[in-house]
Design a protein around this ligand. Structure first.
Ligand SMILES: Nc1ccn([C@@H]2O[C@H](COP(=O)(O)OP(=O)(O)OP(=O)(O)O)[C@@H](O)[C@H]2O)c(=O)n1
Ligand SMILES: C[C@](O)(CO)[C@H](O)COP(=O)(O)O
Length: 224
C-alpha cells in the first residue's frame, strides 16, 4: 500500500544545545535529516514527502535535496511554533487518499519493515503508531516527591511514524485547534476524540535524537 509522509523538521533543537537546528548535525558525512529523508526516498511504497521546515532554512534544505538527490519532495511547508502546528500545516498538503504517515525528522533510524507493518495496521484500523514496551519503572512525581508508580506492564514508549487515514487525523487536528488542546503526538489528538489508535511494535533503535547523549547512541547504531 502506498503512503504519503509528513516530516516535521521545523524545530529549534533547543535540548540538543548546538545552537542550530539539530536536523543539520552530520552523522557519517550526511545531515540527520538526509538520513531520515533517504529512508522514504528509497522506499518504493512512499508516493511523496511533505517536509515542514523553518522558512529561514529553505535555501539550506534546497541545496541538501540537490546534493543528496532527494526527488520525492511533494511539498515544502512552513512550520509553526509547536510541533502540532507544524504537522497541521503539513497535513494541508496531503492528498485525501490512502494512508498518511507523520514522522519526526529527528528519527533517522526507521526501517522499511516497520513502516510496512505500521501502514498495514493503519489500513485495518484507521490509526496506528509504532511503540516499544517501557524498560524502566515510571513514577509520577509532584514537587520532587513520588505520588504514584505506574504499572509498567501497560506502558509503551511511543515513537513515529504514526499512520492514519488522512481525514481522520486532519479532523482530529481541527478539533484540537478548536479546543486549544496541545498534544505531544498526533495519535493523542485522535484518542481524545474517542477513536481507537493501534500499537505496532517498533524497534528500540528508532530513537529520536533529542539531547547530546543521543548522538553517542546514534553513532553506535550506525556502527552496527
Ligand atoms: N515547532 C516545531 C517543533 C518540532 N518540530 C519537529 O518535530 C520533531 C520532534 O520534535 P523535537 O524532537 O522536540 O525537536 P525540537 O522541537 O527541534 O527540539 P527541542 O524541543 O529540543 O527544541 C523534530 O523533527 C522537529 O524538527 C517541528 O517541525 N516544529
Ligand atoms: C511524536 C513523538 O516523537 C512521540 O514520542 C514525541 O512526542 C515528540 O516529542 P517532542 O518533544 O516534540 O520531540
Amino acid at each position: 500500500m502506498n503512503y504519503q509522509v509528513v516530516i516535521p523538521a521545523a524545530g529549534q533543537g533547543k535540548r540538543m544545545n548546538v545552537g542550530k537546528n539539530k536536523q543539520f548535525i552530520e552523522l557519517e558525512q550526511a545531515p540527520i535529516i538526509i538520513h531520515t529523508l533517504k529512508v522514504f526516498e528509497e522506499h518504493s511504497n512512499c508516493s511523496g514527502i511533505i517536509l515542514v521546515i523553518n522558512e529561514q532554512e529553505r535555501d539550506v534544505f534546497q541545496k541538501l535535496f540537490n546534493d543528496y538527490h532527494i526527488n520525492k519532495i511533494k511539498s515544502i511547508v512552513a512550520g509553526g511554533s509547536e510541533r502540532q502546528f507544524s504537522v497541521y500545516n503539513g497535513l494541508q498538503a496531503v492528498d485525501d487518499e490512502g494512508i498518511v504517515l507523520v514522522h519526526d525528522g529527528a528519527r533517522p533510524f526507521i526501517s522499511h519493515k516497520k513502516i510496512e507493518d505500521l501502514v498495514h495496521k493503519a489500513q485495518e484500523t484507521g490509526a496506528a503508531t509504532l511503540a516499544v514496551p517501557v524498560k524502566d519503572t515510571i513514577k509520577r512525581v509532584e514537587n520532587g516527591v513520588v505520588v504514584e508508580t505506574v504499572e509498567r506492564s501497560t506502558l509503551w514508549s511511543v515513537q513515529t511514524p504514526q499512520a492514519f487515514i488522512p481525514s481522520l487525523v486532519i479532523d482530529a487536528h481541527h478539533q484540537a485547534n478548536k479546543d486549544n488542546y496541545l498534544g505531544t503526538d498526533d495519535a493523542s489528538l485522535i484518542e481524545r476524540t474517542g477513536k481507537p489508535v493501534s500499537i505496532v511494535l517498533g524497534d528500540y533503535t528508532n530513537i529520536k535524537l533529542t539531547t547530546p547523549e543521543d548522538l553517542l547512541i546514534a553513532k553506535a547504531i550506525m556502527g552496527k
